[in-house]
Design a protein around this ligand. Structure first.
Ligand code: COA
Length: 137
């Protein structure tokens, strides 16, 4: 039997869909380390930025990052590829929410993509005094 969703659950579900955030980046030599692959710190910077955008688009309130879980660098990202980063809200608390970031590598010259990196960030909605407020009113 299907359990009916509450208005809050429906609102959360809709906001999760609407706030999914994707960015693409061409990996040029200026982005890489001496192995000719993308520098891990630059990847983490972008992941945090996408987590921030996803969370902001979800709740439309001021947001700060409070924590990040383990980030798995399963494959390196070579120069001359395209990366796609996808942010999605995966948990909604009172004032905090979790955003999962998946990073995919795509060759410039063939179709398809592979997941290279994933990680989860926790972000908190704050008021003008920088104190936590509900992510959804
Ligand atoms: C975010 C901040 C306002 C939270 O303040 P706080 O006093 O810890 O607030 P609370 O204890 O009420 O926690 C608020 C929420 O954050 C969550 N939280 C706090 N610390 C956390 C952590 N280390 N990991 C995961 N969640 C955390 C709590 O579980 C709570 O979630 P809920 O409301 O959904 O239940 C404060 O820690 C802060 O300002 N941190 C700096 C943020 C920042 O500047 N980030 C940029 C990077 S430099």
């Amino acid at each position: 039997m299907e359990v009916e969703k509450t208005p809050r659950e429906e609102l959360i579900e809709q906001r999760i869909i609407n706030s999914e955030t994707r960015i693409f980046k061409a990996v040029f030599p200026g982005d890489t380390n001496h192995h000719n692959t993308m520098f891990g710190g630059s990847v983490m910077y972008l992941m945090d930025e996408i987590a921030f955008m996803t969370a902001t688009r979800f709740c439309r309130k001021p947001i700060v990052t409070v924590s990040s879980d383990k980030i798995d660098f399963k494959h390196s990202i070579p120069a001359g590829t395209i990366v796609e980063m996808v942010g999605k809200v995966v948990r909604v608390g009172r004032s905090s929410l979790d955003v999962q970031i998946d990073v995919f590598i795509e060759s410039m010259y063939r179709d398809g993509r592979d997941k290279a990196i994933s990680g989860t960030f926790t972000l908190v909605a704050i008021n003008e005094n920088k104190r936590p407020v509900p992510v959804i009113d």
